[in-house]
Design a protein around this ligand. Structure first.
Ligand code: ADP
Ligand code: MG
Length: 253
């Protein structure tokens, strides 16, 4: 679904200084895979996500989606940013249904879909609220609902749960996992949390810095995944703990 071929990134600061953010990186992400990316701050995770999203062109190399060169953003790729970015003048429901409206979906269908995803993220009773009436965490949940409502084939998420409280985070992890099991979306998910990565991912990639590169690429083939055990109880199982420790060790080097 996503092919990253020898993709590199060099930023140039205003003073003309080069920052080599991403070393030549090659990565194939098959359709339906839930890929989690972890690594220290500044190792190029967001840069790689932006290349896939089409916000940044690789300095060298290329990124292909369904075999086509990425030259800009596209509706088949939905992006959930680290910070909520709702339109302040629209209600929560209008924010979530905006993409559907732009695609000409009728009012009642739009409203039904928007409400379904707002229910899913626990904001069913805030449809008519304005974004400023919501806490930061609630706005983030609304942003997630907005991306899901557009039903992109690929979901790119940049530390989407970082600012949420532990309970909300666990609920959204379980919901996202269930949704992905059901719809087989391809997910590229950046997180600071090793536990979250191993819990959500079918595969975890660890990146190292200066310049950014992949240091570990590990499949997460947990027997509890096969059993569709999706709850937090998974996190205390031996198999889970071993993988978590392996990933954590790769981050510290
Ligand atoms: P991560 O998401 O893993 O924290 P980033 O992809 O944001 O890392 O950044 C990788 C490196 O590129 C860092 O050293 C960062 O300072 C640098 N960088 C990111 N964006 C820019 C930019 N617009 N201009 C210059 N340097 C940047
Ligand atoms: Mg980042």
């Amino acid at each position: 679904m996503i092919q990253i071929k020898e993709s590199e990134h060099v930023y140039f600061s205003d003073s003309g200084e080069a920052v080599h953010a991403l070393a030549p990186t090659t990565l194939d992400i098959p359709a339906g895979q839930f890929l989690c990316v972890v690594g220290p701050s500044g190792c190029g995770k967001t840069t790689l996500l932006k290349q896939i999203a089409g916000f940044l062109r690789p300095t060298r190399g290329e990124v292909l989606v369904r075999g086509k060169n990425v030259t800009g953003p596209g509706a088949e790729r939905g992006v959930v940013f680290q910070h909520p970015n709702l339109y302040p003048w629209f209600s929560v429901e209008e924010n979530v249904s905006l993409g559907l409206r732009l695609r000409g979906v009728g009012r009642s269908e739009r409203s039904r879909t928007a409400r379904e995803y707002l229910e899913m993220v626990g904001l069913g009773s805030f449809c008519d609220a304005k974004p400023y009436e919501l806490s930061g965490g609630m706005q983030q949940r609304a942003q997630i609902a907005r991306v899901l409502a557009n039903s992109p084939e690929i979901i790119l998420m940049d530390e989407p749960f970082g600012a949420l409280d532990a309970l909300t985070r666990e609920r959204l992890q379980a919901d996202l996992l269930a949704l992905q099991r059901e719809t087989h979306k391809t997910v590229f998910f950046i997180t600071h949390s090793v536990e979250e990565a191993v819990f959500l991912g079918d595969r975890v990639i660890v990146m190292g810095a200066r310049p950014g590169h992949i240091v570990l690429d590990v499949p997460i083939e947990l027997s509890m995944h096969a059993g569709h055990l999706l709850g937090p109880e998974m996190k205390s199982m031996q198999e889970f703990i071993e993988l978590r420790d392996l990933v954590a060790a790769a981050i510290t080097g």
